[in-house]
Structure formats: C-alpha cells, structure tokens
Design a protein around this ligand. Structure first.
Ligand SMILES: [Zn+2]
Length: 375
C-alpha cells in the first residue's frame, strides 16, 4: 500500500496572528516519470474538489504510482471560510475585490532572452532550465518584494511554486449550478478525451491570471518563440509535454462523495494516459464530448429583473428560439404581463446557470456554448 506524506504550509496570517494554513499531500514517485499537481477549492464555495482529492488519495493507495503526485485540498483558507449567512462567498478577495483565480503570475518578457540563450541545447536541458526559471521568478516575487504582496498574491504564488514543479496541473473548481466541463488549452485538446467530461472549452494562449494559464502559457509561448526563429520545438515531445486544465466538477456548495469517486477515476484515466500512474483499469468512458472555443463560450445576461424558472437542461443542444428560462414579474400580477420567456436566436448548448432564482437586470443568467462541435 502506498503511503502519502502531509506537510502543512503557511500561506498568510490573520489580524490576530493566527496562521492561514493549507495541507499538502504527496505521493513520491520515480523522478524519471511525469508528475502532477492537483489543487481544489481556490474559490470558497467550490468545495467538491476537496472530496475528489480525498477519493484520489484513497484510490492512489492501492495502485502503482510512477511519478510524483501532489494534492492540495482547501487551497484558499480565506475563501473557504468566507461565509455570509448560509452561503459561502469566496469568489473574490473581500478586501480588494479581485477574483482569487486571477492573481497568479507570468511575465512574458522572460521568454525571448531565455530562447536566445537556449539555442542548440537539447529538449531535456531546455525544459529543466525553463522550469527552474519559472520557480526562481515566483520565489523572487515571494521572498524579495520590497513593497509586499496582497493576501491573495501570497496564497496564489505559494501554490504556483508547487504547481511549477509538476508536468501536469489540474485546478479543481465548480460552476454555480452547473454541468461538468473542462477548460483545455487548444494545443492539448487530444487529452480532453481522457477525462469523463462531456463539455470542453478550448482556450487560447492568453494569460489572464488563472492558474491553468500561469502554468501552460509560459510553455506554449516558449514553443512559439522558438518557432519564430525557425526552430522546431514541440510541446508534445516528452521533455516539454506540459498541460494544465481547470476542471469544473459541477455545482458549488455541494459535497457528493459518490460523484467525487467517479471524478477521481476520471482524473486517473488522464494520469494513466500520461504515465503518472500505471493502472490500466482506468480507461476513459465512451461518450459524446462537445467543445467550443473560449470566444464562443457566452454569458447570457438577464434582460430584466425578476424571479427565474430555469428551463434549459445542461448538455442538451437547445434549438434557436426555444426558451432558456421564464421570468416572473411580481409587479405585473393581474394588470400586466407577469411571465416573460427568454430565448436566443441560435442553437446553443447550456452549460451552467446562476445559483439563485432572484435576479437583477444584467445578472449572468446562463453560460452556453455557441458554435459548438463534437470533439
Ligand atoms: Zn472557480
């Protein structure tokens, strides 16, 4: 039976002096095999990933682990404890208002100088040097920043330092009320079929502060910088094969241990494909996997305030003109138009909707795939 280690890291301090801590669980593999870093619950209400990490640890005890596995549940102790009444808020730092998953670091100006000094070196050396460069940059940010860091940056950079050690990174989130979906970099779309996730958003090489981008954009931009010089440097070669995904596990504010077991198995299918584990029983399900490009993943904002009856089912194509939802207006009972149906002019694939029935005009009501296709 495999044993895992636990380390508790300090990611900040509260006003009282109490430490903000995060547990880091590790299974040690062979350093020649690829490694994975998985974290959960960066957004406070998105708790299901904690159950998936639990199930992963249970399953990993009894299978052959080839590469290092690092698992971090409860990655953000501020967000996780950020309650208001019966709800967890925890999507934005309450002090700065910044989304907790937009505080990671990548400075693209490191790429060109690195490429110039790497010409002629072999892939394994380039990969090792580049990984070290990214870790050094994060350590500089953490240890040598004269003007300090925000609470969120301090948490994010410490997690990012762990993530940069690994070849593959999975950041476990959920939607509000949501189907399962995966954010996948465009170059890694072949890997999407190893997860048992029916909806896939293909994202471009643009850094916007999220963990997946902070860990795949550097490698993708490195490859592009080599290509500009006419040097073939393939991100799919073994030494340079780095992938990161944001895995959206379903709805927020829910723990379902049975669903978590299925999601853990889905992650093991991916890890088996990548050679992090050796457990051939984990093979992806045969299913229809839909995808769309990030630019075609659209939010539909409510055209009016009111009380919403969400009608459109997730994952089922919704024909043009069919209702997404109907909105009840209490001020119009008896003498007006109390019920409004809202629809779109094109076929869409509904992925998630707002968590509350009560909405203001302009609330993000649904998110849908447009121009979607089978992967
Ligand atoms: Zn999230």
């Amino acid at each position: 039976m495999n044993r895992f280690s636990k380390e508790v890291i300090n990611v900040g301090e509260m006003a009282s002096g109490a430490l903000l801590t995060v547990p880091v669980y590790r299974l040690k593999g062979d350093s020649s095999a690829p490694s994975v870093y998985i974290q959960a619950n960066m957004h406070g209400a998105e708790v299901q990933g904690n159950a998936v990490v639990f199930q992963l640890l249970e399953l990993l005890k009894n299978i052959s682990v080839k590469g290092d596995v690092t698992l971090v549940p409860y990655a953000n102790p501020v967000a996780c404890n950020h309650k208001n009444g019966e709800y967890t808020l925890g999507r934005f730092d309450p002090i700065t208002g910044v989304n907790w998953n937009r505080m990671y670091h990548f400075d693209p100006s490191i790429i060109k100088p690195f490429v110039r000094e790497s010409i002629g070196k072999d892939d394994a050396i380039i990969a090792a040097n580049f990984k070290q460069l990214m870790i050094d940059k994060i350590e500089q940010k953490l240890e040598h920043n004269a003007f300090g860091l925000t609470t969120g940056q301090r948490i994010a950079y410490q997690l990012q330092r762990l993530a940069h050690q690994a070849d593959y990174v999975l950041d476990l989130h959920t939607g509000p009320i949501s189907s399962k979906h995966l954010y996948c970099p465009e170059y890694a779309k072949a890997s999407a079929q190893y997860f048992n996730i029916p909806h896939n958003i293909l994202i471009p090489n643009t850094f916007d502060g999220a963990l997946d981008e902070a860990t795949f954009c550097p490698w993708w931009q490195l490859q592009e910088a080599f290509a500009e010089l006419g040097i073939k440097y393939s991100i799919s070669s073994k030494a340079l094969n780095k992938e990161s995904f944001t895995v959206e596990l379903g709805s927020q504010e829910q723990i379902d241990l049975d669903a978590a077991l299925e999601d853990a198995k889905s992650i093991l299918c991916y890890l088996q494909h990548k050679g992090v584990i050796d457990a051939a029983q984990y093979q992806p399900q045969i299913m229809t996997r839909f995808a769309c490009y990030l630019k075609d993943y659209k939010a539909y904002y409510s055209p009016m305030g009111g009380m919403v009856d969400y009608l459109a089912e997730f994952g089922k194509p919704l024909a043009a003109g069919k209702p997404l939802a109907r909105i009840l207006r209490m001020d119009n009972y008896g003498d007006g138009d109390p019920l409004h149906y809202v629809s779109l002019e094109n076929e869409v694939l509904p992925i998630l909707h707002f968590a509350s029935a009560s909405v203001n005009q302009g609330t993000e009501l649904y998110k849908v795939f447009t121009h979607f296709f089978e992967l």
